[in-house]
Design a protein around this ligand. Sequence first.
Ligand code: ADP
Length: 592
Amino acid sequence: MKDKQSWFQALLSFASRCKGKMILSVICSIISVFGGFVPFLGVYHILKLFIEEQADTCQILFWCGICVAGYVVRLVFFAISTILSHVSAYTILETIRMEIADKLMKAPLGDVMNKTIGQIKSVIVDRVEAIEPPLAHFIPEATGNIVIPVAIFIFLLVFDWRMALASIATIPLAAIPFGIMTRNFTEKYDAYMKANNHVNSVIVEYVEGIEVVKAFNQATSSYEKFAKAVASFKDYTVAWYQSTWKLMYLAFSILPSTLLVSLPVGLLLFSYGFLTAAELCMCLILSLSIIAPLMRLEVFVNEMKVMEYGIKETLEFINMPELPNADKPVSLAHSDIELEHVSFSYTGKENEMVLHDVNLKMPQGSFTALVGPSGGGKSTVARLIARFWDVTEGGIKIGGIDVKDIPLKQLSDIVSFVTQDNFLFNCSLKENIRLGDPSATDEQVYAAARAACCDEFIARLEKGYDTPAGDAGKRLSGGEKQRIAIARAILKKAPIVILDEATAFTDPENEDKIQQSIMALTKGKTLLVIAHRLSTIQNADQIVLLQKGHISAIGKQDELLKSSPLYADMWQAHIGAKAWAVSDESGVVVHV
Ligand code: ADP
């Protein structure tokens, strides 16, 4: 777990795969810095030769050669350091993304689904990507920018301590406006990130909801919200910039004015004979070389914050609790499902339970229907059986074994969950169906598609089964997409099928086809249907009426019609609506 670590420790732990490369990158960067130092030494010696009137071509050429060699060392090692640091940075990015993807698989599915797509995308793509530039450039550039001034300062200190002090005299002066400017930097950066996240979420909401916005003619008010968020982010950023730029320019104009101090001090030392003319020139050149790298370090103040926030946000994902997973497959004697005193709260809080002491047995091969008012807990029961979450109290058994003791992979093999949200992957329709059983032959895929009544609409597509789901997706109706999902589940041959009956796509033709495909899918299986249309579940072995998280009635249709006034009312409403749909004079079929 990385939750107790600082962001920097976490970053280092992500770097464990490329530690060697990072160390090598630092070493190369240091060699490059010293290579860059050599030309100064060369120039000093050439000046010395001229001033002492001992210059001859051979010696000048020798020192020129030394300068060039130093410069080449600097360039080559800087390039190696940069390459290594980029490879390390991308390895770290890969590690972070793999760890997040791994966590999304191991965390309770429900917790993952509770995060918005915008949130997940923003972290995996944007925040992680934002870590790369500072990470890749920090090692070679920051190392150099720190080591050069320190090395020059030590050299000057040894050479003439007075010149050394004179060369850094502007630093404390510049530090004053810089310190004022960076006061409360963390709080301001926090607010900046909040404003940034707000803009992101408003943009995602605007784009995702564009259909609704247009349908309800809300373009103006939605655009206003969008424009307001963007404008307020701009105002915040500009105000922050305006509050700092004067101080920043003041600091940056003081910092490089080294000569204002080092030149008079140097001339004084020269006039008293403490320095030769060549030494004075070298000290002045070196003093100028202290400040430039320090100024380049400034960008890293901001870049470090970018890394800190990127890592912190990825840690929120990486530290998500995992569902405990049994590691040994268990042998299941049958596929009965049993809920024993199940209570559940999404928040874990006692007073926010959405299921209360639910007891239910679904024997192997039976057909159970969950019905009841919206929000009663039907989907929650289905999700708990598929172990999207763990129950808060009580237990769920499949084949007599607690679902917590069945490895998640095995559980997903024995339970097919067909939801209303029929996601198609961006591959061919054939491969989308084959996801149900990756080892299935083409013939088996076609047979499943036929059983799910998909073959006829797939045949109408130009490339048939090879049509990419992206292209086909635009042309497929919701009902057709659901039939593909059912074909996928047929191929999976899981002994337990949980079906969230579609509320949409219920035109008679589609309804008939969906019913046929459901029959093919559920033959001989333990079947649990979250039912929205009571006519489809008249033959269920048991109908369970869930109300406010309690089972308020259970039995066959005939029994419930007699024993449960709520069920009787629901049934009347249903057949009334159906009759109304059929007798609708306009001939338009009304969804029921
Ligand atoms: P149904 O399927 O009968 O309409 P649900 O099982 O979806 O009912 O919901 C039962 C209760 O749980 C509702 O009060 C709902 O608001 C709440 N709920 C459903 N999903 C979540 C979730 N992901 N996080 C928090 N609460 C939820």
